[in-house]
Design a binder for this molecule. Structure first.
Ligand code: MN
Length: 188
């Protein structure tokens, strides 16, 4: 079981990552965190890992776009108040990137002045959570965005496919399994 590292890599997508609490609303997801505050990075990483995800953090927003291109995240969580490249600019850059344009983005911000949410959403983020974060709201928002992203990706794949004559293979493709969607009701 404790075999070669190369061998275990392929298992990571299945169930080898963090099993402390098992999987909740979504499968293991790669989540890029862009945040300049070390305590927040630790908090977000711990939360996401506890939910079975694979977080990766970037502290310098100037490296964030390259990191996102390399990591190919399922979700980006970005601070807004960042030195160098602001969170709003980063959101726009991600939205305009050929390969990252469809990745869901969640903004986290310490100051919610009037109009901030509109600006953040106009830049291209789907969700917005203010600091200090509510752990429950943070986790729920992550789950929602991952589910939305998953649904969109699945729809895009189906759209791209030529018509399929065999109804059985069509049925197999839309089979999502019973898991997602059932696990969201816990935080009320
Ligand atoms: Mn900051």
């Amino acid at each position: 079981m404790i075999g070669s590292r190369a061998g275990s890599l392929s298992l990571v997508r299945g169930n080898a990552y963090n099993c402390r609490r098992g999987f909740k609303g979504s499968d293991l997801a790669k989540i890029l965190i862009v945040e300049d505050n070390a305590l927040n990075i630790k908090l977000f990483c711990d939360l996401l890992a506890a939910h079975g995800h694979k977080p990766e953090a970037v502290t310098d927003s100037r490296n964030a776009l390259d990191a996102a291109r390399a990591f190919e995240p399922d979700l980006v969580i970005t601070d807004i108040q960042l030195p160098h490249v602001s969170g709003l600019d980063l959101i726009r850059m991600i939205r305009n990137d050929d390969n990252l344009g469809a990745v869901p983005i969640m903004a986290v911000t310490a100051y919610s002045a009037q109009g901030d949410e509109e600006r953040i959403r106009a830049a291209g983020a789907q969700a917005y959570v203010s600091k200090p974060i509510s752990v429950v709201r943070f986790a729920e928002t992550v789950d929602e965005l991952l589910k939305d992203g998953h649904d969109r990706a699945a729809a895009a794949v189906l759209d791209d496919q030529p018509e399929i004559d065999d109804p059985e293979s069509r049925a197999n493709q839309s089979d999502d399994g019973p898991g997602p969607g059932e696990a969201g009701g816990e935080g009320d």
